[in-house]
Design a protein around this ligand. Structure first.
Ligand code: HEC
Ligand code: HEC
Length: 484
């Protein structure tokens, strides 16, 4: 409830500070000059203490923020340290991949805004981390690696750009039927999946292109079912026969410390691994202390006037808040915004119909889940396929999404992707036709609007997320290299 309280406090503060100015009959323009104090001479240096007197922009913004239900989410309790410690090792350890050549961190690196700085990811067989990662023997993945910031918060229920993994009253919906519904057949695994984030961690492991490797390459790639892949990974980590055969001693110790109630190593399943990875992601990638949060808490100087102008556009005529509303700046729903198609395509080469491919409903064509915009300045390239490689270009898209799709400038892409832009006129027409009504007519943003919006989006960066290199461990229990 703290989030609401701070917003209400903020609004009260704002109203309280406004009363003398309004009551004094000085009008809005004098609101930033307290009436009982002389105006300081211009050569005097600015007062370093926060000025609590709302400006005209603050007055404009306050009701808009209240209407869009903007607040700082309450931090959930900290995750158990032993669980986080295990999860961190697993997140950085390539032993989870079939060919022992790729880790979660390869595509979700702490120094790359928890993504990989690439428009679309490069799968197992590639080499290097971050924007220098090379294709080598790897495959292009159809989509952009989304950031992990705040994905462990209680409000988050859906995973992936198309939300093909979700949790609701009826249990999980995932790509693996054994995990789904109220009475899942893999009940022992599901019992450990405390969040959708934890459940998500199971699926990079079963993806041939991402982590598993191609049939013929290794034992995981040749396994017949997902459940078998997961069992083989646990064998690699902690062994079998109560840990007497195979496995890695350091992992047996870490699992034992994370789950002290489990005495027999054979009682561990992949759910325990997923829960630990989810706990690590949740703890490491919480990002709720941005300048904008300071502003919401009442520090009116925490963001500058340009950012405030951007916020006013964002929460009014820009219509951004109609999808990016609420505490995380997302409605958690799916919308079509006419993004150009880049990369190998998920449905077939050149095509990614997004949510429609999950639901089979033509009304969902080209819809993707509205991403949270917290830390958005750190998470480029932007959109489900990284079509825009600058934040300015991503925002400028909204000036006129259909025109932006038609006039897409492929030169912003890495050279290897330039000829993957889908130019098929019929499909691009379908992308334009699917555009959300919220964006018709287009918001029409001039150059100054775009700069102001970008300035606002930059205030959503938590300074603690800028340099997360201390998250990278020096070594992992398998002994495999942590960095390429
Ligand atoms: C080869 C690169 C790659 C690897 C390795 C990888 N991911 Fe991802 N990850 C992606 C891509 C691409 C997506 C988006 C896929 C989609 O939406 O269809 C994604 C999606 C996610 C999401 C969903 C985020 C959201 O907001 O919906 C999470 C969480 C995540 N990955 C965590 C992990 C974890 C944990 C691992 C290791 C077990 C991992 N990833 C391994 C590339 C990768
Ligand atoms: C109709 C709903 C809707 C509206 C209105 C909207 N957005 Fe979005 N936004 C989305 C969706 C959906 C995506 C992801 C689309 C995709 O990847 O195909 C997105 C993506 C973004 C991204 C890229 C984020 C990332 O992590 O890749 C930015 C930046 C952004 N929006 C900013 C804005 C701004 C600024 C406005 C107002 C001018 C706005 N949005 C209006 C739904 C919306």
């Amino acid at each position: 409830m703290r989030d609401r309280t701070s917003l209400i406090l903020f609004l009260l503060l704002l109203c309280g500070a406004l009363l003398p100015a309004c009551g004094g009959g000085g009008g809005i323009a004098v609101a930033d000059v307290p009436s009982d104090e002389p105006t300081p001479p211009p050569e005097e240096p600015p007062d370093p203490t926060p000025d609590p007197t709302p400006s005209q922009l603050d007055q404009q913004l306050a009701p808009l923020l209240a209407a869009a239900n903007v607040s700082t989410p309450t931090l959930p309790p900290a995750q158990p340290p032993a669980l986080v410690a295990l999860g961190q090792m697993l997140f950085f350890d390539k032993i989870l991949s079939g060919n022992r050549n790729i880790a979660c961190s390869t595509c979700h690196h702490p120094t790359a805004g928890s993504g990989d700085d690439l428009s679309v990811s490069i799968g197992e067989g590639g080499s290097g981390t971050g924007s220098v990662r090379q294709l080598a023997a790897g495959e292009l993945i159809p989509r952009n690696a989304p950031p992990l910031f705040n994905r462990g918060l209680p409000a988050v229920r859906q995973m992936f750009w198309d939300s093909r993994l979700s949790r609701g009253a009826g249990g999980f919906v995932t790509p693996e039927p054994a995990l789904n519904g109220r009475n899942p057949t893999a009940a022992a695994i599901v019992a450990e999946l405390d969040t959708p984030l934890a459940a998500q961690a199971l699926f990079p492991l079963t993806s041939h292109a991402e982590m598993r490797g191609q049939p013929g390459d290794n034992d995981l790639a040749d396994a017949e079912t997902n459940l078998e892949v997961w069992a083989l990974i646990m064998e690699r980590l902690i062994g079998t026969q109560s840990g007497n055969q195979g496995g890695i001693e350091a992992y047996r110790t870490l699992f034992g410390q994370a789950y002290p109630q489990i005495v027999d190593a054979d009682d561990f399943n992949i759910g325990h691994l997923a829960r630990a990875i989810g706990a690590y992601e949740d703890q490491a990638f919480r990002a709720l202390a941005s300048p904008f949060d300071a502003y919401l808490a009442g520090d009116l100087d925490a963001i500058d006037d340009q950012a405030k102008r951007g916020a006013v556009i964002f929460y009014s005529r820009g219509d951004c808040h109609r999808c990016h509303g609420g505490p995380l700046l997302t409605d958690d729903r799916h919308h079509a915004i006419a993004v150009p198609q880049v990369g190998p395509g998920r449905d077939f080469p050149g095509e990614d119909t997004g949510r429609a491919a999950v639901t089979g409903d033509p009304d969902d064509l080209y819809e993707f889940r509205t991403p949270s915009l917290r830390n958005v300045a750190l998470t480029g390239p932007w959109m489900h396929d990284g079509a825009y490689t600058s934040l300015e270009a991503a925002v400028d898209h909204y000036d006129n999404p259909t025109r932006s799709l038609q006039n897409y400038d492929a030169s912003q892409l890495a050279p290897r992707l330039r000829n993957t832009v889908d130019l098929d006129p019929a499909r691009n027409q379908a992308r334009a036709d699917a555009l959300s009504n919220i964006l018709r007519p287009a918001p029409r943003l001039n150059g100054a609007d775009v700069s102001d919006l970008v300035a606002f989006l930059r205030t959503l960066t938590d300074p603690a997320s800028v340099d997360m290199s201390s998250e990278v461990p020096a070594s992992v229990p398998s002994g495999l290299p942590v960095e390429d």
